[in-house]
Write a protein that binds this ligand. Sequence first.
Ligand SMILES: CC(C)(COP(=O)(O)OP(=O)(O)OC[C@H]1O[C@@H](n2cnc3c(N)ncnc32)[C@H](O)[C@@H]1OP(=O)(O)O)[C@@H](O)C(=O)NCCC(=O)NCCS
Length: 166
Amino acid sequence: MSDAASVRRWMADPALIRFTVVVPGPEHGPLMPYTVPEADHYLQTLVHEPSRRSYAIELAGVHVGNIGIKDWRQGATSAECFIEIGEVSARGRGVGTAAFHQLLGVAFDELRLEEVRLGVFAFNAPAIALYRKLGFVDDGRYGWHWADGGYYEINAMVLSRARFLR
Ligand SMILES: CC(C)(COP(=O)(O)OP(=O)(O)OC[C@H]1O[C@@H](n2cnc3c(N)ncnc32)[C@H](O)[C@@H]1OP(=O)(O)O)[C@@H](O)C(=O)NCCC(=O)NCCS
């Protein structure tokens, strides 16, 4: 929880919210960006939710983002992952790639998952490029996201153990 200040700052940034928080419909728009209590609740969820394995991403000792597994249960063979590099200056420098390599090690070696899934907004080209580079492939539609007055697809992507180890 000592990372609360950075998480509060990031979650108050509409540009980060735009890429990371699913908005089911127009009625949810005014909730964004996050207030301090909402950001703290999000961090509490990252830290304490039993279905999560959350990690702070540090660059030269500075907290620049979060990455992890969610919706995981003991014995599960599949779980979802997430990443957010909140510090804009830390993006595009290989941090996401390096953090994901460590997370996928946890997912496949420690948790013994057979696949890791994720959902990504169809307009999030940088994230989609990162996931493809890591070996994720398209797996249909995850759902819908409301933004800019319209609905966008949320793409489902998946990385299997076999593909990860190839
Ligand atoms: C998406 C995100 C995780 C990528 O992490 P990153 O550290 O910036 O990415 P890297 O520097 O490791 O780059 C990895 C690959 O991603 C792609 N990429 C990264 N930034 C990009 C950009 N601005 N435009 C296009 N592709 C980009 C490239 O394919 C890159 O590989 P390359 O350098 O060999 O070309 C990061 O930008 C982020 O947290 N963005 C905001 C939150 C978010 O979108 N989270 C994901 C929600 S699904």
